[in-house]
Design a protein around this ligand. Structure first.
Ligand SMILES: [Cu+2]
Length: 409
């Protein structure tokens, strides 16, 4: 039994809810998950599918094989939080699926940090296809250390998804992780058990598909619910669900995620650090970083032109700290706290608290050229790496900021 197994077994019930279930145990004969069924079908069959009556559909469903029980995970079923894979399709369900599949199909444009997909200009809803891959990747997280991350699509943070309220997200999760560990996805934007986790629970080599309607606009966090991926906050990211009217136009948009790395130096190879559960329990990370590694946004600062209106989609991957997000030298004209895009934004803030496993949207103007560090204003975290830089290029604006005027000769 490894350290995590011992740790997981000692988890209190609430923490255990972060761990995926041993899916499939509740399935009965002649019943199955339509999502599992769907992942094995072609789109033309789906078109055929929606025209069929419920009885005929049931005949097409076949019994899917239950995934192997996950030895290292306690069952979530006792928490009442598992997906009911045994549900029969009734007329209402068929109507819902027909509506989902009647939508135009669009392959999602996904980007890796600090890039953000372009704004959505369409007025209609789509069935948005998103492909996720679980992969391990070694990253130089500081000048001193490399770390083997678990990632979505090779990035820390994971891809940024941009959707519109009313869209139907069709998410394919392929587990390409060579370490033999199951993965899943908990989307905070999803309404339903586990945020989609049970539907997307994939053993190595498997692809699982979940289909979820986006009911609420906002900036939402997503994350894995297994082992090191959430201990170190690496397998996570953001989905923006734009409101019906979209977001106001800005000049530049960026994607920044803060997260903690709970690790200790490897005894076998001092160039590497390894996951350390003890430091996580003590909430004492070795590093706190932006976009996966120390100085990622210092070696490659966010570049802005003078006068730009800038929107930052900020995620706090945690898994524990609340970030006191701050940009030195700039006030935040609009702050969509906790990713709330429905309420009016807060105005003129200096800092904003972003809780763990959440996002926030900041809009700032940069009339004065120069260098603007962005950071978690809890300063010990800056020492551990939670700092980046925005560089604004342009002509001096002594009417706003003039250092020489008041200097002694
Ligand atoms: Cu969560």
């Amino acid at each position: 039994m490894n350290m995590f197994s011992r740790f997981a077994r000692s988890l209190p019930l609430a923490a255990a809810a972060m761990v995926p279930p041993s899916a499939g145990a509740a399935r009965a004969d002649n019943k199955c998950s339509w999502m599992s069924w769907h992942s094995k079908q072609e789109d033309n069959e789906l078109g055929h599918f929606v025209t069929k009556a419920a009885g005929e559909i049931k005949m097409k469903l076949h019994q899917t094989e239950a995934p192997l029980p996950a030895k290292h995970k306690p069952s979530m079923e006792k928490l009442g939080n598992s997906l009911d894979h045994s549900a029969n399709l009734d007329a209402a369900e068929v109507a819902r699926l027909a509506q989902a599949y009647a939508l135009p199909v669009e392959k999602a444009t996904i980007t890796m940090a600090p890039d953000v997909p372009p704004p959505i200009n369409r007025k209609h809803n789509v069935r948005l296809i998103v492909d996720f891959y679980c992969q391990e990747k070694t990253v130089q997280v500081s000048k001193f250390h490399k770390y083997k991350y678990w990632t979505f699509n090779g990035g820390v943070p994971g891809p940024f998804i941009r959707a519109k309220v009313g869209d139907v997200l069709e998410l394919n999760l392929t587990n390409e992780d060579g370490t033999g560990v199951a993965h899943d996805l908990d989307f905070h934007a999803v309404t339903g058990p586990g945020g989609g986790g049970p539907a997307l629970y994939a053993e190595p080599g498997e692809t699982k598909t979940g289909i979820f309607k986006m009911l609420q606009p906002g900036l939402f966090f997503y994350h894995t619910a297994v082992q090191r991926g959430w201990i170190n906050g690496s397998m996570c990211g953001l989905i923006l669900v734009e409101p019906e009217e979209g977001l106001p136009a800005v000049d530049k948009e960026f994607y920044v995620m803060q997260h903690e790395i709970y690790a200790t130096q490897s005894e076998q190879d001092k160039k590497f650090v390894e996951t350390d559960v003890r430091s996580m329990l003590a909430e004492n990370p070795l590093y706190v970083v932006f976009n996966g590694k120390q100085e990622s946004l210092i070696s490659k600062p966010l570049m802005v032109d003078q006068g730009d209106r800038v929107r930052i989609f900020f995620a706090n991957g945690g898994p524990n700290y609340i970030s006191s997000f701050h940009v030195i030298g700039a006030t935040m004209d609009k702050v969509y706290r906790e990713g709330d895009l429905i309420s009016p934004p807060a105005r003129g803030l200096q800092s904003s608290a972003v809780c763990a496993a959440a996002g926030a949207v900041f809009e700032l103007d940069f009339p004065v050229p120069g260098s603007y560090p962005l950071l978690d204003h809890s300063m010990s975290r800056v020492e551990k790496g939670a700092m980046g830089n925005i560089v604004v290029k342009g002509a001096p604006r002594p009417d706003i900021y003039d250092a020489k005027k008041y200097q002694k000769s």
